[in-house]
Design a protein around this ligand. Structure first.
Ligand code: SAM
Ligand code: FES
Length: 348
């Protein structure tokens, strides 16, 4: 095998330069290198989190979106989506079911839907916090003003997921319409950090046009932002987008990057994503075996699940919440880990 100083350096220093990340990526199919990175990632994950796996109950509460991200199945420009919104009471009912099943974090995710004004969002957050004071609330509702983020925080939100999608300006341009900007997305992430949220950034692996240099930029950006959570999953085409004929991202490269990110940010909360489970029937178990420590089962009402279709063939759209919890629990145990009933905050 070639000289692996760049791997030693990552393990020792937890950060690299862009040129070094590019060099590291050359090892992505080298069995020995992949094995070393994986072993170190698992060692760190066990040092900080033992064999615990945290669960987040995902509530996809609206599939309306004012944005038009070219890769996304529910973007505004797709006329074939049957749109839905959940009421405050329906969202609370999802939380009740979830609480009974052991969830202590609820993730409210949706398109950027102007129906949910800041005040409506704050009211939903307050209602959840009042009924479930021992639970964490994670929001994933896109780009807002710093004032909106502050209002949500004051209402009780704890965490925020906003993938940066790609840290390269021209790649960002090719995936999004002109009215969106990488600068604003990054600004949102820094605002959220400043406001005291536990923040999650991330990107799709194998998104259309993505190069290894882009991935190296993504890793550098994560190194700069130091998010508490990182969401990465393979890109999967959706039949009603301009990228319908593109290839899906690589499961192996996603697994490689999960290990790298665990080593870069040893205490990070790192989900084994649904997209990974969609491309490979054991994708989520594999994710846990290379450094991931979070799973995000679906708590949305079964009748809405198929309508929140970001990409084709999304798994877990037919099961009741209880079935999802049971299935995930068995999968997690089969990988040698244990699903816990805890908020699972980031270690600082
Ligand atoms: N609207 C919020 C936002 O923009 O952050 C949250 C919802 S958005 C649908 C959640 C994530 O889904 C995006 O950050 C994107 O990375 C991912 N996603 C969208 N389309 C996808 C696709 N075709 N394949 C894989 N992931 C996709
Ligand atoms: Fe808004 Fe995908 S374009 S959620």
């Amino acid at each position: 095998m070639a000289d692996m100083t760049v791997i030693d350096k990552l393990i020792e220093l937890h950060n690299l330069s862009k040129a070094e990340y590019l060099e590291l990526l050359q090892y992505r199919e080298d069995e020995e290198a992949v094995g070393r990175l994986q072993a170190e990632a698992v060692r760190l994950r066990k040092q900080y989190y033992g064999i615990k796996v945290f669960t987040r109950g995902l509530i996809e509460f609206t599939n309306y979106c004012k944005n038009n991200c070219y890769y996304c199945g529910i973007r505004r420009g797709n006329p074939h989506v049957n749109r839905y919104r959940l009421t405050r009471d329906e969202i609370l009912e999802c939380c009740r079911q979830g609480y009974g099943l052991g969830y202590r974090t609820f993730v409210l995710q949706g398109g950027e839907d102007p129906y949910y004004t800041d005040e409506r969002m704050a009211e939903i957050i307050r209602a959840i916090k009042t009924e479930f004071p021992d639970c964490a609330i994670t929001l994933s509702v896109g780009e807002k003003s710093c004032d909106s983020y502050r209002l949500f925080k004051e209402a009780g939100a704890d965490r925020y997921l906003l993938r940066h999608e790609t840290a390269d300006e021209s790649h960002y341009r090719s995936l999004h319409p002109a009215e969106m900007s990488l600068a604003n997305r990054k600004q949102c992430l820094f605002d959220l950090k400043k406001l005291g949220y536990q923040v999650g950034a991330g990107f799709m692996v194998g998104s259309p046009g993505q190069t290894l240099s882009n991935i190296a930029e993504d890793l550098l950006f994560l190194q700069e932002l130091k998010p508490e959570m990182v969401g990465i999953g393979p890109f999967i085409p959706h039949h009603d987008t301009i990228y319908a004929e593109e290839k899906a991202g690589s499961v192996d490269l996603t697994l490689f990057l999960l290990s790298v990110i665990r080593i870069m940010l040893p205490k990070v909360l790192l989900p084994a994503t649904t997209a990974l489970g969609t491309l490979d029937p054991r994708g989520r178990e594999k994710g846990l075996s290379v450094g991931a420590n979070v799973v995000m089962p679906n708590l949305s009402p079964v009748e809405n699940r198929k309508l929140y279709e970001l990409y084709d063939n999304k798994i877990c759209t037919g099961e009741e919440a209880a079935e999802c919890r049971g299935c995930l629990s068995r999968r997690v145990e089969s990988a040698g880990y244990h699903l816990v009933e805890e908020r699972g905050d980031a270690l600082r």
